[in-house]
Ligand binder design. Structure first.
Ligand code: FAD
Length: 590
């Protein structure tokens, strides 16, 4: 749990060791297979995807979906023994980034099907028989969807209401699922439903594979959104839908764990597409800001515009670094990448939104104009405003930013709790606390010196990140080390100050997580720069981007550190209670 380690002052996992600054190299076979598929996908995207048509008609044409199936794009991550392409997570994410930057709706279709749809929970929890039956279909022909959300149940799925009542060897499903991505066109569904406890049935939230063609399954509405207009997202009703027990994934009661575990690795797809969006934004920003002249020079040469381009370039570099590292860790199955995936999702979705917003600004009035309108008056059809709309949902679904903050913060605080133990538990007696204090004191005695004066304080640490002729990245890595310890100290201080109320301090918790995300991204960017340099792949440019990113990230992290203790959180709470009670009206505060 890198984040937990981070809070304790240890290094986040991607931070390189002194002897090996590069992440492990992927197997040559995986690379060959991955590159071959990317080349095919690129050709397909360039010649057979009409993104403007998808946006105009709010639908991915049948022939495009057929082409994707023929290409094997439905089974990118499915093992070759089931007819899939068997790509690694690294190449799967590269492919999603490529497809998603051409058409975000296609990216969402492929990702919802493979990252959270039927293949992923079956891979993790399915029986051999279920894999044999469904994975070949998922790899080539069948689109799938993941149905967890309901009208009354969003971020807190533990209260879901859809039921699965045992009936002989089957279950009967009843309920309504909302916002089912792919649900309108899917052949197969993963459905989370509650089994009532009864004789011989443990009950609880349980996962099922359901054939959409089953009697009693109705798509009641196709939903339309601010962006992702090609998304086939609906409301699906289940009325006495008979599902054989053989279609149950895992035991009764394991559904929530299956759903959350599926989302854990599934979350990597989304930041991969955010990195793709960053690359696209950079390309458009570069082309436009060089060509467009105002006040006698290209707008890129005006400092205010240049700063935006630098931000997009540096952030895209870092996002790619984060996603590559997290994907490599996922490929080494032994790694628990829950926290890294959550950090990548949180950071990727927030930063991609900022980058797309800056792109709209760089494009000026043309940034706000639709691609169709630009084309109609003879200009290049650049869908910058569409990119912004399409990206907005990433901060909401697959775990909103607020929920990601809580999930990551909980891990961090848990790590500290396990150290301090009973010391800060408000329910413990004074005597228990005394015992815990003695124990914790012993622990801190050997730990605090490391916390306060680790290698990050020493000059010249990380010398391998200071190669001749390149910007020096070593001070940034030392900053990461120092800041990790500072975060640990701040967290301990907050725990002793707020004790049991700590989890209600969401402003504080979100800031420590956001600082952690900046440190994680800084480490990843430095490692990536060194990896590219050591491969002879534009090392100087990579070092420059990593340096720029780290300098920008440090300013953000320092600002967040300041706001840990100087903020309006208490005042905001009072304002909210006034607003909710009706005492504070808009007009009186205006
Ligand atoms: C386009 C689209 C596609 C989707 N695809 C799917 C899909 O394929 N499958 C599926 O199952 N679902 C899907 N969803 C649902 C999506 O995952 C939910 O919208 C998301 O989980 C948030 O739930 P909610 O919208 O009910 O918001 P709520 O849970 O009602 O939250 C509203 C706001 O309150 C915040 N909030 C909630 N709880 C807390 C808390 N404890 N602390 C702080 N803040 C909190 C949230 O972050 C949010 O800002 C999709 C939604 C959309 C719009």
């Amino acid at each position: 749990m890198a984040q937990a380690q981070l809070r304790q002052g240890a290094l986040p996992r991607p931070l390189p060791t002194r002897s090996d600054p590069s992440p492990p190299r992927p197997a040559p076979d995986d690379v060959r297979r991955g590159e071959a598929f990317l080349a095919k996908l690129q050709e397909f995207c360039e010649t057979r995807v009409d993104a403007a048509r998808i946006e105009r008609e709010a639908q991915i044409p049948d022939e495009t979906i057929k082409g994707l199936k023929e290409l094997g794009a439905l089974g990118m991550k499915i093992d070759t023994k089931y007819g899939g392409l068997g790509l690694t997570q690294v190449y799967y994410n590269k492919a999603l980034a490529m497809a998603g930057s051409v058409s975000p709706a296609i990216g969402a279709l492929l990702s919802a099907h493979q990252s959270i749809g039927v293949p992923q929970p079956l891979k993790l929890f399915g029986t051999q028989e279920q894999k044999d039956r469904y994975l070949p279909r998922c790899a080539r022909t069948d689109i799938s969807a993941f149905l967890l959300t309901e009208p009354d149940v969003g971020s807190d799925p533990a209260r879901l209401a859809t039921t699965a009542v045992p009936d002989g060897d089957d279950y009967l499903l009843d309920g309504v699922k909302l916002w089912t991505t792919n649900g309108v066109v899917a052949d197969l569904l993963v459905v989370m439903a509650r089994v009532p406890r009864s004789e011989g049935h443990k009950g609880g939230i349980t996962a099922f594979v359901v054939e959409t063609a089953s009697e009693g399954v109705t798509v009641e509405n196709r939903n339309a959104f601010m962006g992702l207009r090609g998304l086939e997202n609906g409301v699906t009703r289940f009325h006495r839908v008979r599902v054989p027990a053989a279609n149950r994934i895992g035991p009764e009661g394991a559904g929530l764990k299956i759903a959350l575990t599926t989302l854990n690795t599934g979350r990597l797809s989304l930041p991969a597409m955010c990195a793709g969006a960053g690359k696209w934004s950079l390309k458009i920003a570069r082309e436009w800001s060089a060509a467009r002249e105002q006040w006698g020079k290209p707008i890129a040469k005006h400092e205010a515009v240049g700063a935006k381009i630098s931000f997009i370039a540096a952030t895209t570099f870092a996002l790619e670094a984060v996603i590559d590292l997290a994907s490599q860790m996922a490929d080494e199955d032994r790694n628990d990448i829950r926290i890294e995936a959550a950090l990548a999702k949180l950071y990727g979705s927030e930063m991609a939104w900022l980058m797309a917003d800056e792109l709209v600004q760089i494009r000026g009035g043309r940034g706000y104009e639709t691609a169709a309108s630009l084309a109609a008056r003879g200009e290049r059809a650049v869908p910058a405003e569409q990119m912004l709309r399409d990206l907005r949902i990433n901060r909401i679904f697959e775990g909103s930013t607020e929920i990601m903050h809580l999930l990551i913060a909980r891990e961090a605080v848990d790590a500290h709790l396990s150290v301090a133990g009973d010391l800060i538990d408000p329910d413990k007696s004074l005597q228990d606390k005394g015992k815990a204090a003695a124990k914790a004191g012993g622990f801190y005695a050997r730990w605090l010196p490391g916390l306060f004066a680790g290698p990050g304080q020493l000059p010249r640490a990380y010398p391998e990140f200071n190669p001749a002729g390149h910007p020096d990245l070593s001070p940034h890595l030392r900053y990461v080390e120092r800041s990790a310890r500072k975060l640990a100290r701040s967290t301990f201080y907050a725990m002793s100050r707020w004790q049991g109320r700590m989890e209600t301090k969401q402003g504080f918790l979100s800031r420590i997580v956001d600082i952690g995300a900046e440190l994680f991204a800084m480490s990843a960017a430095c490692v990536r720069a060194e990896m590219l340099r050591s491969r002879g792949d534009h090392g100087v440019a990579a070092y420059q981007l990593a340096d720029a990113f780290c300098r920008q990230a440090r300013i953000r992290a320092d600002e967040l550190f300041g706001r840990l203790w100087t903020n309006t959180d208490d005042l905001d709470r009072k304002v909210v209670s006034g607003v909710l009670s009706g005492r504070t009206s808009g007009s009186s505060t205006a």
